[in-house]
Design a protein around this ligand. Structure first.
Ligand SMILES: [Zn+2]
Length: 150
């Protein structure tokens, strides 16, 4: 057979990510998280459940609806606390990604400096690590959900 198993030209070169689009997505997500956090903190501060929050009028966004559903089974606000924690962590990641956009290091793995695959950035625009490093850190961490930043 004349087909080589591998030749350099066969690798589709990675198109550069459109940073303008990435920034828009990140800023959108940041605004969303900021809003979510302020609502959740308000709810937690008043000691009420999330149900009280949604009843006081957050214009019935899809997120509010799903939070309200969870709140029915969670009268003590534990869901709100967990949501706030997750939103806080996500917000920190989003802001870090925006900083990397400004400094020009966006889209590179923080561990091995390889470019992070576009497909990964599309799913997780604030990814710090390439897939293989992320996998490694998750294997070592034992808490995949809580280790997005390491
Ligand atoms: Zn890496």
């Amino acid at each position: 057979m004349t087909y080589p198993t591998f030749f350099p030209g066969s690798r589709r070169p990675q198109q550069p990510v459109d940073l303008t689009v990435v920034r828009e997505i990140l800023e959108e997500q940041r605004d969303f998280r900021v809003e979510q956090l302020s609502e959740l903190r308000q709810s937690l501060a008043t000691g009420g459940s999330v149900a009280a929050l949604t009843a006081s009028g957050t214009s019935g966004s899809p997120v509010s609806m799903s939070v309200a559903d969870s709140a029915d089974a969670d009268p003590h606000g534990q869901v709100a606390a967990l949501l706030a924690q997750a939103a806080d962590a996500a917000l920190a990641e989003i802001e870090a990604a925006l900083t990397r956009l400004d400094s020009g290091s966006y889209g590179r793995c923080e561990s091995c400096a390889s470019p992070i695959a576009n497909e990964r950035l599309e799913i997780l625009p604030y990814a710090r690590h390439c897939v293989s490093c992320q996998r490694q850190s998750q294997l070592g961490a034992g808490h995949p959900a809580g280790r997005i930043s390491v």
